[in-house]
Each structure stands twice: as C-alpha cells, then as structure tokens.
Design a protein around this ligand. Sequence first.
Ligand code: KG4
Ligand code: ZN
Length: 338
Amino acid sequence: MTSPLHHPRLRILGIETSCDDTAAAVLHGKQILANIVSSQDAIHRPYGGVVPELASRHHLRNILPIVDQALKTAEMRLDQLDGIAVTNGPGLIGSLLVGVSVAKAIAVAADLPLIGVNHLEGHLLAVQLEHEVSFPFLCLLVSGGHTSLYLARGRGEYELLGATRDDAAGEAFDKGAKMLGLGYPGGRVIDQLACGGNPAAIRFPRAHVKAGQYDFSFSGLKTALRQFLYGQEVSLYRLEDIAASYQEAIVDMLVERTLHAARQLHIQRVVVSGGVSANSRLRFRFRAAGEEQGLEVYMPSLKLCTDNAAMIAFAGAWRLACGQRSAWDLGAFATLRL
Ligand code: KG4
Ligand code: ZN
C-alpha cells in the first residue's frame, strides 16, 4: 500500500491522560481547532519522576476544565461532534482510567460514538497531521516509556521490528539528567545544555546489536555515565560537554539502528515520533542522514512530538470512519501492544 493517509473530515474530540499530561483536542479532518495540554511537570519535579497516584489525582482535577477549554477554543458544541477518541493504553492505569471514564460519560451523555486509541498509534500517525507520508514507512517511536522501531505497511498494519531491551531513550535522558543534577523532566534540559557543549568531548559507549537485529539498549550507557561522574576525570570537563557527549551516544544509537533497518529493508521513508523526537540534535542528525542517504525523513512539529490529544483524535478518526466503535465496557490497559 503506497497511498498517503486520506483522512475523513470528521469532527472529533480527543482525550489523552496516559501519563502525566492532561490533554484534550478538537480536530476537523486534519485541521487542529484546539490542542490543549496541561503539564504536571511542576507537581512531579520534587520527586524526580512521575508519581502515579499524584498523576491520576491531578488528571481528575484537570480533565473537565481542559475538555471545556478545548471545546471553547474550537468553538464547538458536543452536539456538533462526530465522535470521541480516548487513549486506553498503554500507560499508567490510574491515569488512563480517568480519561477513559470521562470519555465514556461524555459519549453516553451526548450520544456520540466512542473509540479507544492505542497511545503508540497516536504517536506513529501524528506526523500525518502535517505531512502526507505514504506507506510503507519505518517509524522510530522514542518516548519516555518506549523505544521501538515499526514497519508501518498501512493504517493499522504495524510490524514491530525491534525495541529497547532495557530503558527507553526518554528514560535514558531523564535518568542521565538526574545524575547530572539537572532536574526533571531531563530530556529538554539536556537538549538545551548540550547546545553549548562538545558532543565529541567524551566517548561514552554505544550498545551494538547483531546485524539484522533492530533492538536498542541504553542501560550500559547509563552505567558508564555514573562511573564517569564518580571518576577522577570528571573535573576536567564542563557540564555542557558531558551533557552533549551523553546525548550524542543516545542519538548515535537511535540514528544508526534506524538507518540500518531502512537500508536492509529497502525503505525510503522514515518517521521519527514521540517525546524524544523533539530533541534538536536527533532532529538535526536524522535530517542530515536523510539528505546524505537519499531518504525521506519526517518528524512532527514540537507540539505534536510530546504527548497530546490531537494525535489521539487523529488516530481515532479514521477508525470511526471505518465504522469501528468501542463498546461501553471499553477497558484501560497498562500494557497494550500496537
Ligand atoms: O511522548 P512523551 O511526551 O511521553 C511518553 O509517552 O512517554 O515523551 C516524554 C519523554 C520524556 O522522557 C522527556 O524527557 C523526553 O520525552 N523529551 C526529550 C525532549 N523533550 C521531551 N528528550 C530529549 N530531548 C528533548 N528535547
Ligand atoms: Zn507518549
């Protein structure tokens, strides 16, 4: 299948509460009429990571005002919508349940069809909101919870080629930032700091996986950073250089493995998505490699890289248009395969 993603012009409310961001969006076809994200970063920062119980409590407090704000921004009433799409996995179970329960209640009250969306499909298709990317394409999905490489053959036809064997790339950023005393969430901070550093200052190890395999591993890199920070040499380097070198090791592994898969499978199009695809060095390196090797590389704009409900509304819309519906007993699942 090589056609681009033709998209039905449905009016969809999207709801996303899989982790710590409370998000609601309204789409009309591919037009984003509202895309509201309420971040809980400040709440989880003192703990250095997401505290699940706090996340679900704050979703409960925020979700209705955020849905209301999305509808107001879009100038849309519930009776003008064609359906509701909600993330029902994977993610933190308490957080997911808030979004799923609210989506069900609104759908019943407004007599609207409901569709549960896999969060990963949201990330995988997000780029289609801005670019016409024909199938098949490779998708590197890099977020706080996932680092996976998919071959997308068509809508709903995704083959998992490889995944991380330990930490996700986002976790490697966040844990690295914690070790460097840079606070939470760490990906964006390392990115900013690394802009002023030398990526070749320190040669951190890159995990190598056998040819023909597309898995990733970041735990060795994390250990190497810890050992480096306890060592004698650390005083010789600026924090910017350490951040840039650590980031470079993560980026190297992601770019190298993805391009290896593209070459082996003879795929011309590569999509990079998920929170880590907001990383400026990763974007630069993928663009450069794409130009060098004649590949088409697509990445969503920054607002669509990290968690948002526009991508959920978008992924749900074509399923609704195909006649798919979720039943009122739609469940939430902490683990859910794509
Ligand atoms: O997709 P996302 O918002 O949530 C999940 O589904 O996990 O991804 C969040 C992850 C976090 O680990 C965060 O540190 C990372 O994306 N991240 C970044 C950047 N912005 C967000 N990592 C590196 N550079 C960035 N600019
Ligand atoms: Zn995500």
